[in-house]
Design a protein. Structure first.
Length: 280
C-alpha cells in the first residue's frame, strides 16, 4: 500500500527541503520504491538531487495544470529506487492558474491515483506557505512530517501548521490526514537553547516527536550544492545516519515494522554506501 507523506512547515528555513530529499533517499536505501515530488516553486528539492528547475522541460506544474500525466514527468535519480517529479520555472505561476480551476485542491490527488501504486512511498516537498500548492499536498497526503528547528521561535510555525491540518480535516479536503510526526532539525545539543527546545517539544507533543533528531552538520549543508542526497555525498556522516534512523522510525510508524531505538548503540542501522548510480 502506497503511503503519501507531505513534508511541511509554514516557517521557512527549518530543514523542510533537506528532509524531503534525504528522507526519500533513506527510504529508498531501505528497499522501498520512492517518488519525490517537488511542489516548492523555489525548486531546491529538484536541484538537490541534481535536476535544477531551469534544466527541466516538464515537471509537476504541467501535471497540476492538466497538460500531461504524472508518469510523463517522473525521472530517475542516482539513488536506486528513488524517482522525482521535478519543479520547473512554470511552477511559480501555478497557484494563479488554478484560482478558477475545477477541483483545484485535488489536482495532485487525482494525478497520484493512477501512478502511486508503483511506489511504496510518495514524499511531497511543500512550499513554506499555505497556498494552493500546499493545500494540494495536504489533500493528497496520508500524513505530514513537520520539521521543527531547534530554535526560539520554532513553535510559532508549528502551531500554524497544526491548525491547518485540523482545517484540512474538518473542511472535508482530507478527513484521513494525520500527523506522521514532528522532526527536530538543526539540533545542536552543545547549546542550552538547543537542549531546551528539544525538551520542550517532547514535553508538549510527547510521542508525536520522532526519536531521531537531525543535527547541525557541515556535510549535510554541503550536499545540496553538489546536487546529491547526503547518502550519496557522505554516507558515513552524522547527517546520513540521522536520516537513516528517521526512515526506519517512519517505516515503523507507518508499516508497523520493528526498528531499533535511536539511542541503542547495539542496534544501529546498516548504512549502505552509494557509488555512482547504485548502491554498493
Amino acid at each position: 500500500m502506497t503511503r503519501v507523506v507531505a513534508i511541511s512547515n509554514q516557517k521557512g528555513g527549518v530543514g523542510k527541503t533537506t528532509t524531503s530529499i534525504n528522507l526519500a533517499a533513506a527510504l529508498a536505501l531501505e528497499d522501498r520504491s520512492v517518488l519525490l515530488i517537488d511542489l516548492d516553486p523555489q525548486g531546491n528539492c529538484s536541484s538537490g538531487v541534481g535536476m535544477p528547475k531551469a534544466d527541466n522541460k516538464r515537471g509537476i506544474a504541467d501535471v497540476l495544470l492538466g497538460f500531461c500525466e504524472l508518469r510523463d514527468v517522473v525521472q530517475p535519480t542516482e539513488v536506486d529506487g528513488l524517482h522525482i517529479a521535478p519543479a520547473t520555472r512554470e511552477l511559480v505561476g501555478v497557484e494563479v492558474e488554478l484560482v478558477d480551476a475545477e477541483e483545484r485542491e485535488f489536482r495532485l490527488r487525482s494525478a497520484l491515483r493512477s501512478q502511486a501504486s508503483r511506489y511504496d512511498y510518495v514524499v511531497l516537498d511543500c512550499p513554506p506557505s499555505l497556498g494552493m500548492l500546499t493545500v494540494n499536498g495536504l489533500a493528497a497526503a496520508d500524513g505530514v512530517v513537520i520539521p521543527l528547528q531547534a530554535e526560539y521561535y520554532a513553535m510559532e510555525g508549528l502551531g500554524e501548521l497544526l491548525r491547518a491540518v485540523k482545517q484540512i480535516r474538518k473542511g472535508g479536503l482530507n478527513r484521513d490526514l494525520k500527523t506522521s510526526g514532528i522532526l527536530l532539525t538543526m539540533v545542536d545539543r552543545r547549546t542550552r537553547l538547543g537542549r531546551d527546545v528539544c525538551e520542550q517539544a517532547r514535553q508538549v507533543f510527547g510521542e508525536e516527536v520522532f526519536d531521531a533528531e537531525i543535527p547541525r552538520n557541515v556535510r549535510l549543508a554541503e550536499a545540496p550544492s553538489f546536487g546529491k542526497p547526503i547518502h550519496a555525498y557522505d554516507p558515513l556522516s552524522r547527517g546520513a545516519l540521522a536520516y537513516s534512523m528517521l526512515a526506519l522510525e517512519l517505516i515503523a510508524r507507518e508499516e508497523g515494522v520493528a526498528t531499533p531505538h535511536e539511542h541503542d548503540e547495539n542496534a544501529r542501522p546498516a548504512l549502505r554506501v552509494l557509488s555512482g548510480g547504485g548502491v554498493a
